[in-house]
Design a protein around this ligand. Structure first.
Ligand SMILES: [Zn+2]
Length: 283
C-alpha cells in the first residue's frame, strides 16, 4: 500500500491495541501513540452497502489454515533485490501458501521486503507483490525506516470485522500512480504468527486496520480495485488499461485479465439471472 498526502487525515485515529503482547514489531521506537495527531476527521465518512458484507463473507471462506498448503523451500526462495510485481501479472492472483518454517531465510525475506517497501514509498507490502506466493505481509504506517512500528504478520487470519465501514483513498505498489476510494471495515481483530512463529492476536483500527486489510486481501488474491464501486472503477479505467497494455508489451502475452471484460461481467451480475432462464436440464 502506498502513502498519499491524504493519509494524514487517518493518523488521528491510529491505534494498535494488542490483546496479547506479541513480538509484533521488529523494532520498537516507543511509538504506539506517536502517530496520534489532531488532524481533522472531516474526510472520513460512513456508508453501508450490502456488497461489503458479501465481500467479507467471500473473504472468510479462505480463512481456515487447514485448507492452505505449506510453502516449500522453493516457494520461499528469492533473490535480492526484490522487485514489485505489477497488475495484471497472474502472480497477484495466485494462491499464497502458508509458512511453517521460521528460519533465517524468512528473516532475510522480511528485511528485503521492508527495503523495497521504503524505497518505493510504501507503507505496506505483501509477499505476492514481490513474486513470493506465501502468506506474509510487512507494514509500517509511518513509511519511514527508523520511525513508527515495523509490523510483520505471518499466516494472518481475520477473526472479526467491525460493522462500521469507512471509505478511503488507497494506493497500491502493484498499481503505480493509481489512487481511488475503497470501502472497508473500520476495525479488525486478527491472529497471526510473528517472525519467530509465535501465535498472537491483535486489534487494528485506523490506518493500521486499513493497511492490514489491503495487504490481507493480497494474500487472498484480491486486489484493491475488486472492492471499488462501478463508478470509482470507471474513474481509473484509463490507468488500469494502460497497465494491461504495459504488461502485454513487456511480456508479449495477452493480459490475463481485462478491465473491459470485468466491467461487462459486473453489469451482468448486477442485473442477476432472470428466473425464467433457469430451466431444469432435459438431457
Ligand atoms: Zn496493494
Amino acid at each position: 500500500m502506498v502513502v498519499t498526502m491524504a493519509w494524514a487525515t487517518w493518523l488521528h485515529s491510529f491505534s494498535l491495541s494488542p490483546i496479547l503482547l506479541p513480538d509484533l514489531s521488529r523494532h520498537t521506537f516507543g511509538a504506539f501513540n506517536r502517530l496520534s495527531s489532531t488532524i481533522s476527521s472531516a474526510s472520513l465518512w460512513n456508508r453501508k452497502k450490502p456488497y461489503v458484507l458479501a465481500v467479507r463473507a467471500q473473504a472468510r471462506r479462505g480463512f481456515s489454515p487447514l485448507e492452505d498448503e505449506v510453502a516449500s523451500r522453493d516457494v520461499l526462495h528469492f533473490e535480492a533485490p526484490l522487485t514489485i510485481v505489477e497488475y495484471p501479472d497472474p502472480i497477484l492472483r495466485a494462491k499464497n501458501k502458508r509458512i511453517d518454517t521460521f528460519d533465517d531465510n524468512l528473516k532475510k525475506l522480511v528485511d528485503e521486503m521492508f527495503d523495497v517497501m521504503y524505497k518505493t514509498d510504501g507503507i505496506g507490502l505483501s509477499a505476492p507483490q514481490v513474486g513470493i506466493n506465501v502468506q506474509l505481509m510487512v507494514f509500517n504506517p509511518v513509511g519511514e525506516r527508523g520511525e513508527g512500528e515495523e509490523i510483520v504478520l505471518v499466516n494472518p487470519r481475520v477473526n472479526k470485522y467491525s460493522k462500521k465501514t469507512l471509505l478511503y483513498n488507497e494506493g497500491c505498489l502493484s498499481f503505480p500512480g493509481i489512487y481511488a476510494d475503497v470501502e472497508r471495515p473500520e476495525t479488525v481483530k486478527i491472529d497471526a504468527r510473528d517472525i519467530n512463529g509465535a501465535r498472537f492476536m491483535v486489534n487494528f483500527s485506523g490506518l493500521p486496520a486499513r493497511v492490514f486489510q489491503h495487504e490481507f486481501d493480497h494474500l487472498q488474491g484480491i486486489l484493491f480495485f475488486d472492492r471499488m464501486s462501478v463508478q470509482v472503477l470507471d474513474s481509473i479505467r484509463t490507468e488500469l488499461q494502460a497497465l494491461e497494455t504495459k504488461y502485454e508489451e513487456k511480456t508479449g502475452l495477452p493480459s490475463p485479465e481485462k478491465f473491459e471484460a470485468r466491467k461487462q461481467k459486473k453489469v451482468a451480475t448486477g442485473f442477476g439471472k432472470p428466473k425464467a432462464l433457469v430451466q431444469p436440464s432435459t438431457q
